[in-house]
Ligand binder design. Structure first.
Ligand SMILES: O=C(NCCO)c1cc(-c2ccc(F)cc2)cc(O)c1O
Ligand SMILES: [Mg+2]
Length: 206
């Protein structure tokens, strides 16, 4: 995938990086990027929220990191957490090829360890937008942890990938029934397939 980016995408052109990855995943080898169909929904939410602070849980190869960062205002900050060092190593190079390293802070490690340190380590008060795309059984515990750590404010937006496939049933049940969130489901498809999947967008009500 990285070779495809370096071969087919233009340095400093995020859209060409996104296009090169999508082309590679359609023609050569499926990979678990959010993809172009769900990616367009992600783009519209980022544009609507126009966030100054973003947390991405699950960088993988940096595809969604590039999509998000390319839409952020110049002073905005995107922190992305990745547990797998091999994924992180690729993502750093993909983000650099897109020319977005100044907007992105990639942190390697477990979300459960890093979320409680966000304020002290990165000077973050609260996140305007959180994109959940990491281990599906971590969506719920990490959301509760963000609440407990005071990282969400009235109006913070959570956008969760894969709520149907692979699925995050405990997270969906919690977020759709909690009086502290207003949720909306965006029906789509699993990246590069016809399988149903979707994004759940939730507003924290405080
Ligand atoms: O595990 C995932 N992400 C965290 C990685 O550290 C993930 C998995 C899949 C997927 C995999 C295998 C399959 F058969 C169907 C879906 C899709 C995704 O979008 C994902 O984000
Ligand atoms: Mg995903």
């Amino acid at each position: 995938m990285l070779a495809a980016v370096q071969k087919n995408a233009t340095r400093g052109d995020p859209r060409s990086v996104v296009k090169a990855i999508d082309q590679f995943c359609r023609q050569k080898e499926w990979a678990m990027n959010v993809g172009d169909e769900k990616g367009c929904i992600l783009d519209s939410v980022v544009t609507e929220v126009n966030p100054a602070t973003v947390l991405e849980l699950g960088t993988y190869c940096g595809y969604s990191t590039v999509r998000i960062a390319s839409l952020l205002p110049s002073n905005a900050k995107l922190i992305t957490l990745e547990f797998n060092p091999d994924y992180a190593a690729i993502a750093r190079q993909v983000i650099a090829w897109a020319g977005l390293e100044d907007k992105v802070q990639l942190v390697e490690g477990a979300s459960g360890d890093w979320i409680p340190k966000m304020k002290e380590k990165f000077g973050i008060e609260t996140f305007d937008l959180v994109f959940l795309d990491h281990w599906k059984d971590r969506y719920l515990p990490d959301t509760k942890l963000m609440e407990e750590c005071g990282l969400l404010r009235k109006g913070s937006i959570l956008l969760a990938d894969n709520v149907i496939c692979p699925g995050t049933p405990d997270y969906l049940e919690y977020i759709r029934n909690s009086p502290r969130y207003k949720s909306q489901y965006f029906k789509s498809h699993l990246e590069y397939t016809k399988v149903e999947d979707g994004l759940e967008k939730s507003v924290f009500l405080g």
